[in-house]
Design a protein around this ligand. Structure first.
Ligand code: G3P
Length: 215
């Protein structure tokens, strides 16, 4: 239980670093939250700051998700090393890190418990902790739908909906690991509730790679 609590806490702390706000304020002299959708994630960074800003925010958010796999390794090491930790418990730690970094990002204490929508951070965690095959399968769903419709949010929600299936394929019938992944994916869908509303009433903005746009 202590290992789970520590993994959750440290992953949430990692996830809470609001890179979108830091990069936009530090290098672009604006707060990404005052522009476009007001979100701190890659899509709005791209919309507001342009390609370089978008790429930087993606890399850093993805990076903190990927770094959550180091938290799992540290927890396993503290429990006596990889051999001492049964596979099922290792997978529960992975699920915990997944939820932790998503919750940290979506409910960042540095932003008054508001934050982003968890896509880049979830992909980072999946690629590093679930494994690259699982991560790439999920990313392909996102990419195909986003490119086909030009709605990043649609690709994002679809990827989140597919995530529980990817988690089942990755962890097998491990109830706890799968429930944790469902919780993480559910949080991502919930964070997109305003986007879902806009998609349904036809007012969601499409991705434009034209560069910096006002807000
Ligand atoms: O992952 C975020 C994306 O799906 C939507 O971003 O800024 O259009 O709300 P945004």
């Amino acid at each position: 239980a202590a290992a789970i609590a520590c993994t959750l806490g440290v992953a949430a702390l990692l996830g809470s670093i609001p890179w979108g706000v830091i990069i936009s304020k530090l290098f672009f002299g604006v707060d990404v939250r005052d522009h476009g959708s007001g979100n701190i994630g890659t899509t709005n960074a791209l919309r507001t700051l342009g390609k370089k800003g978008g790429a930087a925010v993606f890399a850093l958010d993805f990076g903190k998700g990927a770094a959550s796999s180091l938290v799992v390794m540290a927890a396993a090491a503290l429990l006596g090393g990889a051999e001492a930790v049964p596979q099922w418990f290792h997978d529960v730690l992975v699920g915990t890190a997944f939820v932790g970094c998503i919750w940290g990002h979506v409910f960042s204490p540095w932003l008054g418990f508001k934050g982003g929508k968890g896509i880049a951070v979830a992909f980072g965690c999946m690629m590093a902790a679930f494994g690259p095959v699982s991560g790439l399968v999920n990313f392909s769903v996102f990419l195909v739908l986003t490119l086909a419709t030009r709605y990043v949010s649609l690709g994002s929600v679809a990827a989140a909906l597919v995530c529980p299936f990817v988690s089942f394929a990755t962890f097998g019938p491990n109830v706890f690991a799968n429930l944790l992944c469902l919780l993480g994916a559910g949080t991502v869908v919930w964070a997109h509730r305003a986007n879902i509303r806009r998609l349904l009433n036809g007012t969601e903005s499409k991705l434009s790679l034209g560069g910096r746009k006002g807000g």
